[in-house]
Structure formats: structure tokens, C-alpha cells
Design a protein around this ligand. Structure first.
Ligand code: HEC
Length: 150
């Protein structure tokens, strides 16, 4: 049988608990982080090898397309040849059924362009990007569509 707590002590205890809770919550709020220098993310998300190759290829498309629109010829242009089957993606779920075939078809488009750079073979490469992305990774499709020639 415990001593009955008088109500004054009880509410003081309650107040301390509530204040402690409020303090802990404030310590975690975003405004506290915002006040100081930004913290680095706990797990910096390094790009996969495959994602880096994609960005490089995309930059090549942009530059070849801009040159073409500015009236330059295609001579001397070449895409970097990546082995898309050998580069690691962010996670293996991206290697969908048929991925290998898309990668091989894409490689054929790259080789065709590099052997004979032209508007036609350029569009072959863009189509190669599109076919694999429709299956493996639809996110960049909108961006890839902007690489088509007018
Ligand atoms: C054989 C399949 C395949 C082909 C061909 C392909 N991609 Fe990708 N692409 C992927 C996959 C899978 C990813 C996701 C990679 C990852 O996150 O690890 C990706 C990612 C990307 C990304 C996002 C990169 C990032 O920063 O996360 C872009 C942009 C992209 N591709 C553009 C292209 C372009 C442009 C081409 C053609 C020149 C192309 N892709 C050809 C499969 C392909």
C-alpha cells in the first residue's frame, strides 16, 4: 500500500515530465539543424558505375545534338563505349529480363554511330536508350525524349 501522493507533488512531477518531453522534441526539430551548418547525409549516396556511365552518355548526346543544331557536321564524333553489362547498377532489380539483350542492341547502335556518325545513327543511339529505359528504368524517359533531333 503506497503513500497517496498529494496533488501538488503529482502535478510538479507531471510538469517536469512534460517539459522534458518538449525539450527532447525541440532538440530533434528541423529548425535546430537549420540554424547550424548543414550536416552531411549519414550515408552519402554514391552514384553507381552504371548511373555515371549514363550521365556521361547523356552529356555526349547533348553536345552532339547542339553541334548538329548549330550546323556542324558529324565527322569525328564518337560516343564513349561502355560495357553496360559489366557496370554495376544501384541495385540488381534494375537488371530486368532482357536487360542483356538491350545492352547488346545498344552497343550495336554505338558502334554503328562511331563507324559512321550521322543524324541517322545518332537517332539509332537515342532509340537504344529509349528501348532499354522503357523496360528497366522509366524515370529518365522524358529527358531522353528531349535528345531526339527535331
Ligand atoms: C541496357 C539498358 C540501358 C540503356 C541502353 C541505357 N540505359 Fe540509362 N539507365 C539504365 C539503368 C538500369 C539505369 C539506372 C542505373 C542506376 O541507378 O544504377 C539508368 C540510368 C540512367 C539515367 C539516370 C542516371 C542517374 O544520374 O541516376 C539517365 C539520365 C540515363 N540512364 C540516360 C540514358 C541515356 C541518355 C541512354 C542512351 C545514351 C541510356 N540511358 C541507355 C539502363 C539503360
Amino acid at each position: 500500500m503506497g503513500m497517496p501522493m498529494d496533488s501538488g507533488r503529482f502535478s510538479a512531477l507531471l510538469l517536469i515530465l512534460v517539459m522534458g518531453f518538449v525539450l527532447v522534441r525541440c532538440g530533434r526539430s528541423e529548425s535546430c539543424q537549420g540554424a547550424g551548418p548543414k550536416l552531411a547525409p549519414l550515408q552519402p549516396n554514391r552514384s553507381s558505375e552504371l548511373a555515371e556511365a549514363m550521365r556521361e552518355l547523356d552529356a555526349e548526346l547533348v553536345s552532339f545534338r547542339e553541334d548538329h543544331l548549330a550546323g556542324d557536321g558529324w565527322d569525328g564524333k564518337a560516343f564513349t563505349e561502355y560495357d553496360l553489362n559489366g557496370l554495376a547498377p544501384t541495385d540488381s532489380s534494375m537488371l530486368v529480363d532482357g536487360y542483356k539483350a538491350f545492352a547488346m542492341a545498344f552497343h550495336a547502335h554505338i558502334t554503328a554511330f562511331n563507324a559512321n556518325p550521322s543524324a541517322d545513327t545518332y537517332m539509332g543511339v537515342v532509340n537504344g536508350c529509349t528501348s532499354c529505359h522503357q523496360k528497366a528504368c522509366p524515370g529518365p524517359l522524358e529527358r531522353i525524349a528531349k535528345r531526339e533531333l527535331p
